[in-house]
Design a protein around this ligand. Structure first.
Ligand code: SME
Length: 160
């Protein structure tokens, strides 16, 4: 049986469950886009000590860097380019186990090893942004991360 990975004695799933209730209360009554996205990035980033966590917002046919936590990152990404641009094009979650094996990956730091990009939809189900998480560990992201981050991102739709 696969060994369950625990961070500070807590499973990934347990950590997401408590993080989600924190995020729900942080976001649900917030109406300002920047305030909501900033706190959302921070809660996820420090909840898991990710390497980089943040938003790219769709503006004038490209992705433009939004609120984030972590080192400086590229500020613009074209449609279909890199992991984030591909996520925008497919309107679906992309999990990359090893960024060096993803054709066209945009490297903002050599310390980033694996990545997950999640589309963000507004109230009318239009894609409006991409939420991107980078880990400094290979193959960090799995179906558990996908399930909980997709749920967390759905709390943001009223902000757009
Ligand atoms: N790696 C991303 C670029 C954004 S950074 O990881 C913060 C990509 O390939 O789209």
């Amino acid at each position: 049986m696969e060994k369950e990975i625990k961070i500070s004695g807590v499973t990934k799933e347990e950590r997401y469950i408590s993080l989600l209730s924190q995020i729900e209360s942080l976001i649900l009554y917030e109406t300002d886009l920047i305030a909501g996205l900033s706190n959302f990035s921070s809660a996820i980033h420090f909840g898991f000590n990710f390497f980089w966590t943040g938003f790219y917002l769709i503006k004038n046919s490209e992705l433009v860097l939004g609120p984030f936590q972590g080192p400086v990152a590229c500020s613009r990404i074209a449609y279909g380019k890199g992991v984030c641009g591909k996520c925008w094009e497919k309107k679906d979650v992309i999990i990359v186990d090893d960024v060096n094996r993803f054709p066209g990956h945009i490297a903002c730091s050599s310390l980033s090893k694996s990545e997950m990009a999640i589309p963000v939809f507004d109230k009318t189900n239009e894609i409006v942004a991409v939420f991107d998480i980078d880990s400094d560990k290979l193959s960090f992201f799995d179906e558990i991360d996908k399930k909980y981050i997709v749920q967390a991102v759905s709390y943001l739709s009223h902000l757009f």
